[in-house]
Write a new protein. Structure first.
Length: 432
């Protein structure tokens, strides 16, 4: 009889071990199934916590992921699941638990939390958490987060078997979550690149799609953005039947902020350009509007000219921009610097303007600093000397051909070095 009872007991123990093994395989199978899925990190964590609460027979579970970029708050609790009404994890426990885990990177469990000498509580012993089990999630030896369960419902509390199961879950979950995080980062990058591409298309459409037809003149503008979007701007703005405004600007900063300021500058200039406004009046008003609509770190350099193609007078105002070149038919070169400071520096500024004759054969070359500051791998800039030599050596070139020649020389100088700034040029030439 005793032997029979012993056999029955052994069978019961074996059945219990088998049931436990089946339950373990079930939870691990659920988690493993998420590895090849495209579920979000939050959904995968919710699955993990649900399974932990159910299979470990606890009141509450939480998954916290490590954020290496936030030294003051390294762990972020993404999901907490509970099957009874409990208060949230108290701050003192939150900080002590994560601090201990960061230091030791090992499993931790206690069935008498408030008498555990690894923690200190002060007057917080009235809280309803009395036991916990916490294990690290490791991926290739690196801790990426924690799984913690609270308040074991059975009288004996947490056991080594619970720690073993939760450690297995954590090991599997760590790789699952790392895969999901990498997938989400990849998807976010793809979305960002597509948004930037669309932003670049929109910005490109803000620039003139073709050069205007000006009697007796040839004109061309071209802009190459260093990234998807840029901060350079050029424009041809018809004023009346004998005047056209020509401008080239460069706003501070890079990326989307620069692109937004560039669009603001374009709208401002187009709104201020009118037959009755001189070039310095236009810049004074534009400067005020740019200053009022941006913060003090944002500004824009701008060369703004008004060409009368009937009497062949060019009136210009330079708002802190690189001085354009005016090359005459005789080969003389003049730099056009009259004007004032960049737009947006001060709320008001008395800009000056200059009026010059534009004779047959004269050519105006306006450019952004991305032209002269283009660097090669030795960090040598293309420079104004190289630019001026090309201009002086090619007085008979058409505007489009001259721009292409300059950009080709820049490419040869830069070589394999990445382009760090936008490159924009406008060339105006009087042919008769």
């Amino acid at each position: 009889m005793a032997d029979q009872n012993q056999k029955i007991s052994s069978l019961e123990d074996e059945n219990k071990r088998l049931r436990t093994a089946v339950e373990e395989l079930s939870i691990l199978n659920d988690i493993t199934g998420a590895i090849t899925s495209t579920q979000t990190v939050e959904k995968i964590i919710d699955l993990i916590v649900q399974k932990c609460v159910k299979h470990l027979n606890v009141e509450q579970g939480a998954v916290m992921l490590l954020d290496e970029l936030d030294a003051n708050r390294p762990f972020h609790t993404l999901v907490r699941k509970q099957d009874s009404i409990m208060n949230g994890l108290p701050y003192r426990l939150d900080t002590q638990l994560t601090g201990w885990m960061l230091l030791n990177k090992a499993p931790l469990f206690t069935n008498d939390l408030f008498n555990d000498k690894r923690f200190s509580w002060g007057d917080e012993k009235s809280l309803s958490i009395h036991s916990l089990l916490c294990v690290p999630m490791l991926v290739k030896g690196k801790m990426i987060g924690l799984i913690t369960v609270f308040n074991k419902k059975s009288a004996e509390g947490f056991q080594k078997e619970d720690q073993r199961l939760l450690s297995i879950i954590a090991a599997q979950s760590g790789q699952v979550l790392e895969n999901a995080r990498l997938y989400q980062k990849e998807q976010a990058l793809i979305r960002f690149q597509e948004e930037m591409r669309l932003a670049g298309d929109i910005q490109h459409k803000l620039l003139p799609s073709k050069a205007p037809q000006i009697p007796g003149y040839e004109i061309m503008g071209k802009s190459n953005a260093a990234k998807y979007v840029g901060g350079d701007y050029f424009d041809f703005i018809p004023i009346d039947n004998q005047n056209i405004a020509i401008c080239l600007g460069d706003v501070s900063g890079k990326g989307i902020p620069a692109a937004l300021l560039m669009a603001n500058l374009q709208a401002t200039l187009r709104g201020q350009t009118a037959p009755e406004k001189s070039t310095n009046m236009c810049l004074e008003r534009s400067n005020k509007l740019i200053y009022e609509s941006t913060d003090e770190q944002k500004f824009a350099t701008l060369f703004y000219a008004r060409l009368n193609f009937i009497n062949h007078k060019l009136c210009y105002c330079n708002g802190g921009h690189d001085k354009p070149y005016l090359m005459t038919r005789s080969g003389d070169v003049k730099r056009l610097g009259t004007g004032g400071i960049p737009l947006g520096f001060l709320p008001s500024y008395p800009y000056e303007e200059e009026r010059i004759d534009f004779n047959p054969g004269d050519m105006l070359i306006i450019y952004s600093d991305g032209i002269t500051e283009a660097m090669n791998l030795k960090e040598e800039e293309f420079g104004e000397d190289r630019l001026e030599k090309i201009i002086s050596a090619n007085p008979e070139e058409k505007p489009e051909e001259l721009i292409d020649l300059i950009l080709k020389e820049i490419d040869a100088h830069v070589g394999k070095a990445p382009q760090m700034d936008d490159q924009t040029m406008v060339v105006l030439k009087r042919i008769s």
